[in-house]
Write a protein that binds this ligand. Structure first.
Ligand code: NDP
Length: 326
């Protein structure tokens, strides 16, 4: 069983140490505001643009990224993963007594970034969107984190990781940290993206095609498949009640249909495919593929292709009628 940590395992505090949050996006805004509200000394490092204005308008001090990184006792890297290597000089310049915190294992796990050998380097990766990190803490609730000590120069890297979890509100009631590693976090995160998340999107597209071809209206199909929001309700129920336990919320007819039809989709070929995803992540081949594609326009090309599919066009028509798009 993995080592789990909570409030009782916290032995130190970040009170009185400046926390520099680099980036003010999904995670940066949520974590910086949580830290500020919980009484910690926080400064934001950001380019001087609308994100910086947004931070200032909420009462936070903003410096440029290099100055914030140089001055923070704890430097939290909440820039997009693909942007972080552009600031390698900042991460390489940290000195003794400083701690570098990542919310994602990606760049260090796949050797896309070098950091200072003098600083502690830890992982504090929320298993939650930034909006959830903020919302839960505002309601007095904690959230799950993966934590790891990657480089322990001071001998205090793990206590600092746990103190950071406390500071950002993760250890409020309901929260927990699970001992992990940069590599495990990166593989887990990408595995979810490459398997259930990727297949769900295209599975729903295939369902739309089959339903409309069988004579069902586009509008009814879209509302049934995802536009009603039922999918989100089921997702929340899975998290709250459990994978199979949440089925109690469905009718008995639905339960019978799910339990008899579901297993048939999971074939040996599919299991092999899932294993090949782990392989491509573990041996770094996905990271190399994405690294080579990053600046080629390939992602934009892929986005353009899906924006003009029958399901995307039908969705656009329906969402305009429903007022979700103008
Ligand atoms: P965002 O995409 O929301 O980050 C946006 C921030 O990055 C803004 O402050 C933006 O400022 C800044 N930024 C973007 N491009 C640049 C650039 N070229 N140079 C300098 N600053 C730039 O990131 P997330 O919050 O989604 O992710 C941050 C980290 O958290 C990542 O490591 C991610 O893997 C991890 N994470 C994210 C989760 C999520 O909720 N999305 C969940 C768990 C972990 P500006 O453009 O104004 O300069």
């Amino acid at each position: 069983m993995a080592q789990l940590y909570g409030q009782d395992d916290v032995t130190g505090s970040l009170k009185g140490r400046q926390v520099a949050v680099l980036g003010f996006g999904n995670q940066g805004e949520a974590q910086a505001l949580n830290l500020r509200d919980r009484g910690f000394d926080v400064v934001v490092g950001n380019r001087d643009d609308e994100y910086a204005d947004r931070a200032r308008s909420q009462g936070l001090s903003v410096l440029d990224i290099a100055s914030a990184g140089a001055g923070g006792a704890v430097v939290v890297v909440l820039l997009p993963d693909e942007v972080q290597p552009h600031y390698e000089n900042v991460f390489r310049s940290l000195g003794e007594g400083q701690t570098l915190v990542f919310a994602s294992g990606y760049n260090l796990a796949f050797d896309r970034l070098a950091v200072s050998p003098h600083a502690d380097v830890i992982l504090a990766a929320p298993r939650m969107l930034g909006a959830g990190v903020r919302d839960l803490v505002q309601r007095g609730r904690g959230f799950p984190m993966l934590v790891a000590a990657h480089q322990d120069v001071s001998g205090q890297a793990m206590p600092t990781a746990l103190a950071y979890c406390e500071a950002v509100g993760a250890f409020l009631p309901g929260g927990v940290a699970v001992a992990s590693s940069f590599r495990e976090e990166a593989i887990l995160d990408l595995f979810s993206e490459h398997t259930w998340a990727a297949s769900l999107t295209f599975f729903l597209e295939a369902c739309f095609e089959v339903l409309t071809r069988s004579g069902i209206s586009e509008e009814a199909a879209l509302l049934e498949l995802y536009a009603s929001g039922e999918l989100g309700t089921v997702g929340a129920a899975i998290a709250e009640r459990g994978l199979f336990a949440q089925m109690a919320l469905h009718s008995t007819t639905s339960q019978y249909g799910q339990l008899t039809r579901g297993p048939g989709y999971i074939t040996d070929a599919m299991r092999e495919r899932l294993a090949s995803v782990v392989q491509a992540l573990s041996d770094g081949s996905f990271a190399r593929e994405w690294g080579a594609a990053e600046d080629t326009g390939r992602l934009e090309e892929l986005r353009r292709a899906v924006s003009n599919t029958p399901v995307a066009r039908a969705e656009d028509r329906l969402y305009r009628i429903l007022g979700r798009r103008s």
